[in-house]
Design a protein around this ligand. Structure first.
Ligand code: ITT
Length: 203
């Protein structure tokens, strides 16, 4: 089955490619089809935004399309930046995680709890112009560190500390991150759905 991955985020693209390994799917990117992947995320929730992205590219391509909307929820900030994580601050990933560290200046470790959340949306269009949709979710708990550490991953990974691993998400190898991350958990829940759809799509 051909599957379009509706994200312009290079980190997500890399991770999804690894997370879907072993499935009978040929993963395509919007650029492969000459499609634009910069879709305005006007939803109020991760689910709405994941569906906005997947539906837009499924409609444009006619292909089964997978998107994810993710965010970092920080307890001391009442769950912010959350669904607005990508827009928390203009600029690079580093600008954003440094802004987060500044917002948490003076906040002690016991109040730095946080979690990454990923909502994955799969949209399967059919010839009649309708579509079937599936949503899965993954969460990964940690705390916001006092300083950035590590070079791997992307986004807020350098400031997301995992007690079980005694390091930040950016200090894990990609394979390790793909075993425990929010995206890995959403992907694991999506795998049986994709397996079934790929079977159904076989000639
Ligand atoms: P697409 O919408 O094109 O998929 P995006 O980067 O805009 O890409 P989101 O709207 O889901 O993605 O925004 C998520 C934000 O959270 C963004 O700032 C990411 O850098 C960050 N983020 C998402 N997953 C992450 C991860 O696994 N590790 C660290 N940061 C992550």
């Amino acid at each position: 089955m051909r599957l379009l991955l509706a994200t312009h985020n290079q980190g997500k693209r890399r991770e999804w490619r690894a997370l879907l390994e072993g499935l009978d799917v040929e993963l395509l990117l919007p650029d492969d089809l000459g499609l634009h992947d910069d879709i305005e995320e006007t939803g109020e929730t991760y689910t709405e935004n994941a569906l906005i992205k997947a539906r837009a590219l499924a409609a444009a391509s006619g292909l089964p399309t997978l998107a994810d909307d993710s965010g970092l929820e920080v307890d001391a900030l009442d769950g912010a930046p959350g669904v607005r994580s990508a827009r928390y601050h203009l600029g690079t990933d580093e600008v954003r995680y440094r802004a987060l560290l500044r917002a948490l200046e003076g906040v002690p470790l016991e109040r730095r709890g946080a979690r990454f959340r990923c909502i994955a949306a799969l949209v399967l269009p059919d010839d009649a112009g309708t579509s079937r949709e599936y949503i899965t979710e993954g969460v990964c708990e940690g705390v916001i560190s006092f300083e950035p550490r590590g070079e791997a991953g992307f986004g807020y990974d350098p400031v997301f500390y995992l007690f079980e691993h005694s390091c930040t998400m950016a200090q894990l190898t990609e394979a390790e991150k793909n075993r425990i991350s929010h995206r890995a958990r959403a992907a694991q829940a999506m795998r049986p759905i994709l397996e079934r759809e790929a079977r159904l799509a076989r000639p």
